[in-house]
Write a protein that binds this ligand. Structure first.
Ligand SMILES: *Cc1c(COP(=O)(O)O)cnc(C)c1O
Ligand SMILES: [Zn+2]
Length: 399
């Protein structure tokens, strides 16, 4: 008996394009970075974005990031690997209002995502597309959260995950990988060392690498934060967005989403100022931004409690810096002591146990407001990227 396979193609994806040299790549084939050997930039997925498409297509869709499936890369919907990621809440600040007179400040709280961080978004998109392309063995260098997310989504997809993680990462990040059935490799060093080794070993064993921005679709998953911010703020973007920047996928992704939304005619051309917040020990983007450079230097001051921010040289540093400049944003660093204090302060006053990466944003907000960089009347969004429960081993309880 013949069975007909009906492919429901919701995606409007057209191709992959290099933002640096313009080289076009197929969205139906396996791709990593730009194939131009002099370029090797991260690639952007491009979509046929029709004008006149009504926002009402979103009505009644599930409260996950896949409600934006037209603008995500998976062509056959049956390949979507989802655990309910995305459409996370926007929560106005509570008792912190006393520190924010004249500003409306909101959290976008990513801590409820599967595996406790916004990495679930990028990994859901990457694993789904990998499934569509017939890949089965996925390897990743990680500072912690991306490894756990890959382990979970690979388990769900029936794939094999190989995770390279710095030995100094808190135990819970390692345990979750093993629980989800991934192969865990602990490395004495930073995510950069993990990246180098994954690269060598992946070539040797034929694994596909899902490293930040060396794989085109994690960016697509993370960009859904931008779609959600627009939709949840009723298509009137906030004035300032603070983002804890490691590899920069979310920052670049949110910016890409706003471009796509403007092309669709769903938002106007007004954009938020984008702020990159980094750890004092690993602040190459901050240094490059302040020096007016277009690329960053390798900066690794070693351990930080915000392990998601220990990325000594982001692969897409150029793209991150471009977003900061185009948006008339800024960049600043926060120390581990300030992050620790921030985690305590937010827990006690806001009832939210956020990641140190998120706590860095609260500290950055106070500094930018005190310095009058954030102006009275501006609406500010802080993205709490992860769940603080995973970091407790390194958090000192104050008071
Ligand atoms: C990975 C991570 C970051 C950094 O995200 P990028 O998009 O790679 O810059 C920030 N916070 C947490 C909790 C993370 O896991
Ligand atoms: Zn290129």
């Amino acid at each position: 008996m013949d069975t007909e396979v009906v492919v429901e193609s919701a995606s409007l994806i057209s191709h992959l394009e290099c933002p640096e040299c313009g080289t076009i790549h197929s969205a139906h084939e396996i791709n990593t970075v730009c194939a131009n050997p002099d370029c090797k930039s991260a690639l952007y997925a491009k979509y046929h974005l029709p004008t006149g498409l009504s926002k009402s297509i979103l009505n009644g869709r599930p409260a996950t990031m896949w409600r934006y499936k037209e603008f995500l890369p998976v062509i056959d919907e049956t390949n979507i690997v989802t655990l309910g990621e995305g459409f996370t809440p926007i929560i106005p600040i509570g008792n912190f209002k006393k520190h924010a007179s004249g500003n409306e400040v909101f959290w976008k709280d990513e801590s409820g995502n599967p595996t406790g961080s916004f990495k679930a978004r990028g990994i859901s998109a990457a694993v789904s597309k990998a499934k569509e392309l017939g890949l089965t063995k996925l390897a990743i260098p990680t500072a912690g959260n991306a490894g756990g997310a890959l382990a979970a989504y690979a388990a769900r997809a029936g794939m094999h995950a190989i995770v390279y993680m710095p030995r100094q990462t808190p135990q819970v990040f390692k345990d979750e990988c093993r629980l989800y059935g991934a192969e865990l490799v602990e490395i004495d060093g930073s995510i950069s060392d993990c990246g180098r080794l994954v690269n060598e070993h992946a070539l040797l064993h034929g694994w596909f690498q899902v490293s930040t921005l060396k794989e085109p679709y994690r960016l697509e998953g993370k960009k859904t934060m931008g779609y959600e911010i627009a939709e949840q703020f009723d298509w009137q973007l906030p004035d300032v967005i603070l983002y804890p920047t490691g590899g920069g996928t979310g920052l670049i992704g949110i910016w890409k989403a706003f471009d796509e939304l403007e092309q669709l005619g769903w938002i106007d051309s007004k954009r938020p100022k984008m702020v990159a917040v980094q750890s004092e020990s690993c602040d190459g983007i901050v240094q490059a931004f302040l020096a007016g450079e277009s690329t960053s230097n390798f900066v690794d001051g070693g351990f930080t409690i915000a392990n998601g921010l220990r990325v000594p040289k982001p692969y897409a540093d150029k793209l991150i810096l471009r977003v900061l400049r185009e948006s008339e944003g800024t960049a600043l660093n926060i120390s581990d002591a300030e992050m620790n204090a921030g985690v305590n302060e937010v827990a006690r006053n806001e009832g939210m146990l956020i990641a140190p990466e998120g706590a860095a944003l609260w500290q950055a907000f106070k500094k930018l407001k005190a310095g009058n960089w954030i102006k009275p009347g501006e609406r500010v969004l802080l993205i709490n990227t992860g769940n603080g429960y995973k970091y407790l081993e390194n958090i000192e309880i104050e008071g």
